[in-house]
Design a protein around this ligand. Structure first.
Ligand code: PSV
Ligand code: MN
Length: 393
């Protein structure tokens, strides 16, 4: 039995109303490639101003109430004050992202480093991040390790896994009752021969060993070309180990471009698996984060566009006629099943989202709404003096 189009639309609207997408504090600061950082006027000078920019994305889209922090980039004296500022702006602090890759000591790695002293330093940083989580009321510690080797024989691959497991254990123990650690994998970069958490299988194995509060992060830019990310999503949700996404877009590697820019069909396929396997239910705690940097385009509009792209992918996933899909699958109707999915992907969901925004008291066009506020001109005029925040600061 097919669902009626009207029923699907109203169920989709209800789910979209409670959709929460988390934006990255570093997406608002200056960033670049290893070749050049092109500074932009009006960029925040501190984490407080980053939150103000994030609040503009939420005000325009109604779907971005959470902001990820990166430590030490977002280090402040008083985290209570930072959380209070977030609340005043109408947003909340989300995941705390650790950083064990920008200190000279980490040249040969952090939690997998051959030197026990450097591993202890990295673990101390991770514990400090949990103190910050306590202070700002954050649930998730997000871990990404740049650890790896550049040359065969440089270090012992299995020993590095032992060091990783031993480093993560005390961090896991330190988590509060409602806190979690979410472990991100990445195929390569900055290390080129081996990476210590290169794929979902490695992240999953460490999470299993640690316990139920350890979950896997899927950064959509961190796979080899052609990898079926939606399979990974379905598998991890089935095991209740999908903790979070880092959405961005990849043409070649970890491009960190706007979510859905290169391949909106892939984003739809991922969101279909998320929805189909219960991942949009807030009780499953799948954190939908963006992890991207805007090097040549205006930052706040680029984050707004990314949020809109995720909203569109989610809307299309919500419009999949699951009953018809199931019927076709059970009947072995290959073309029919594929057709059901393609019909949803082919639906123009922009009118539905515009209608929903108007029902929420928002402008139907988030980018036009943002432009109309004059905020872009205001920050260029007001944010003079001081050092602009940027990658590494
Ligand atoms: C690494 O490439 C990564 O995806 C991690 O999530 C970092 O925290 C983030 O980028 C910011 O550089
Ligand atoms: Mn990431």
């Amino acid at each position: 039995m097919s669902a009626s189009a009207g029923d699907l639309r109203s169920a989709a609207k209800a789910a979209l109303r409670s959709l929460e997408i988390e934006t990255p504090s570093w997406g608002y600061g200056n960033s670049g490639t290893r070749f050049k950082v092109f500074a932009q006027p009006g960029v925040p000078r501190d984490p407080f101003e980053k939150l103000e920019d994030a609040a503009r994305v939420h005000a325009a889209t109604g779907s971005a109430p959470l902001v990820s922090l990166h430590i030490p980039w977002d280090k402040v004296e008083d985290y209570g004050k930072l959380a209070a500022h977030a609340a005043e702006c109408g947003v909340r602090i989300g995941a705390i992202n650790s950083n064990t890759f920008q200190d000279d000591d980490y040249k040969l790695g952090s939690v997998c480093h051959p030197d026990a002293g450097i591993r202890a330093k990295a673990v101390a940083h991770l514990l400090e991040c949990i103190d910050i989580m306590d202070a700002v009321g954050s649930r998730d510690l997000k871990l990404w390790f740049a650890d790896g080797t550049n040359y065969p024989g440089q270090d012992d691959l299995a020993d590095r896994q032992d060091r990783l497991a031993a480093s993560l254990a005390p961090v896991y123990e330190r988590l509060g009752e409602h806190q979690r650690m979410v472990l991100e994998y990445k195929l390569f970069e900055p290390a080129f021969y081996s990476t210590d958490v290169p794929d979902w299988g490695t992240a999953y194995a460490h999470c299993l060993q640690l316990g139920p509060k350890a979950k896997v992060v899927v950064d959509t830019g961190h796979h080899a070309p052609g990898v079926n990310i939606e399979f990974i999503v379905a598998f991890l949700l089935r095991q209740d180990r999908l903790g979070a996404f880092d959405f961005n877009s990849r043409f070649y590697a970890d491009d960190d471009l706007m979510a859905g820019a290169a391949d909106p069909f892939q984003l739809f396929r991922i969101m279909h698996e998320v929805h189909k396997n219960g991942g949009l239910d807030p009780a499953r705690q799948v954190n939908l984060m963006l992890d991207q940097c805007h090097n040549i385009e205006a930052k706040i509009p680029a984050v707004i566009r990314s949020v809109m792209n995720v909203q569109e992918a989610v809307a299309k996933a919500l419009l999949v006629d699951r009953a018809a899909l199931n019927e076709a699958q059970q009947a072995g109707d290959v073309l029919g099943a594929n057709g059901v999915l393609m019909d949803a992907f082919g639906t123009d969901v922009r009118p539905l989202l515009a209608e929903l925004r108007e029902e929420q008291g928002l402008d139907a066009d988030p980018l036009a709404a943002y432009r109309a506020t004059g905020y872009a001109q205001k920050i260029v005029a007001e944010r003079v003096g001081g050092a602009q925040a940027g990658w590494g600061a």
